[in-house]
Ligand binder design. Structure first.
Ligand SMILES: CSC[C@H]1O[C@H](OP(=O)(O)O)[C@H](O)[C@@H]1O
Ligand SMILES: Nc1ncnc2[nH]cnc12
Length: 290
């Protein structure tokens, strides 16, 4: 058994969480640059917690410029074991209505202008992201949502777009009708891929704010309407997060799905050919295997 440390990455509308004991905002140094903000640490129900506002307090980072690698590295460096993303999303399904939450289990990555890996020249690694979210952590998120009285859907495909503009009508229809996506957002990729490289369990909670632009009765997506829904969603998101420590417990077994062993056979570069500078930067992310 090892100690659980739950990290929450709060998306648009969630810039802090309440109720932590010994709460403290810590600045974590990372060789991958500055994280989005300091990280709020503390404990809840005897379980260690860390909270990072993805866009920074005051919403300063755009989806394309969120420092995804520094964020995941900083959480790993703090000793986090489990990462829960809580994000604002548009919906491609009538039944996934604004105010509902979706526990995402698949992604389509359409982002094009972001650093997507900790690895590269001097240390090449290939991890599997066939199942990019952790079912154990997703179970806890689903239960927490139900206990908090949230209308929650289990399973859904999240289309990650580059943004910052919303989709055209043609894109919205294609993602929904041809590609089978259920929700759309701008931030869960490459975050989920990087969490897997860092051997962290990752779950994604999509908080629906709108019907994007495909819905004949709802017109096009509009940020003012999103913000109205976002406020209610943020309170529900905090209620969900508050229930997670009791569900996950202060100690954990190895992940039954292997998220915490993703790098076991992933690194292909022979030890004598590895770049010492890159290896030094990988000390937290890949420390278990290098
Ligand atoms: C507020 S509308 C668009 C914005 O909100 C989402 O951010 P996050 O995933 O961090 O909640 C979406 O991905 C866009 O970045
Ligand atoms: N319709 C939408 N498209 C992309 N990101 C979003 N975040 C919230 N709603 C969204």
């Amino acid at each position: 058994m090892t100690k659980t440390k739950i990290a929450v990455i709060g998306g648009s509308g969630i810039y802090d969480i309440n109720g932590l004991e010994n709460a403290e905002w810590l600045t974590v140094e990372s060789p991958w640059g500055d994280a989005s903000d300091a990280i709020l640490t503390g404990s809840l129900d005897g379980v260690e917690m860390a909270f990072l506002p993805r866009h920074g307090r005051g919403h300063v980072h755009a989806p394309s410029t969120v420092p995804y690698r520094a964020n995941i590295d900083a959480l790993k460096r703090l000793g986090c074991t489990d990462v829960i993303s809580v994000s604002a999303c548009g919906s491609f399904r009538d039944e996934m209505a604004p105010g509902d939450f979706v526990i995402v289990d698949q992604f389509i990555d359409r982002t094009i202008a972001r650093e997507k890996s900790f690895f590269g020249t001097g240390c090449v690694a290939h991890v599997s992201v066939a199942h990019p979210t952790c079912p154990r952590l997703s179970d806890a998120c689903e239960t927490a949502a139900r206990d908090a009285g949230i209308n929650v859907h289990r399973g859904g495909t999240y289309l990650a777009m580059e943004g910052p503009q919303f989709s055209t009508l043609a894109e919205s229809q294609m993602y929904r009708n041809s590609w089978g996506a259920d929700v759309i957002g701008m931030t869960n990729m490459p975050e989920a891929k990087l969490a897997r490289e860092a051997e962290l369990c990752y779950a994604s909670v999509a908080m629906i704010t709108d019907y994007d632009s495909w819905h004949p009765e709802h017109g096009e997506v509009d940020v003012t309407k999103i913000i109205e829904t976002l406020m209610g969603n943020a309170d529900k998101g905090r209620a969900l997060v508050a229930r997670l420590p009791a569900l996950l417990g202060a100690e954990r077994d190895p992940c039954p799905h292997g998220c915490d062993r993703a790098l076991e056979y992933a690194i292909l570069t022979q030890p004598e050919m590895r770049d010492p500078t890159l290896m030094a930067k990988l000390d937290a992310v890949a420390g278990r295997v290098i």
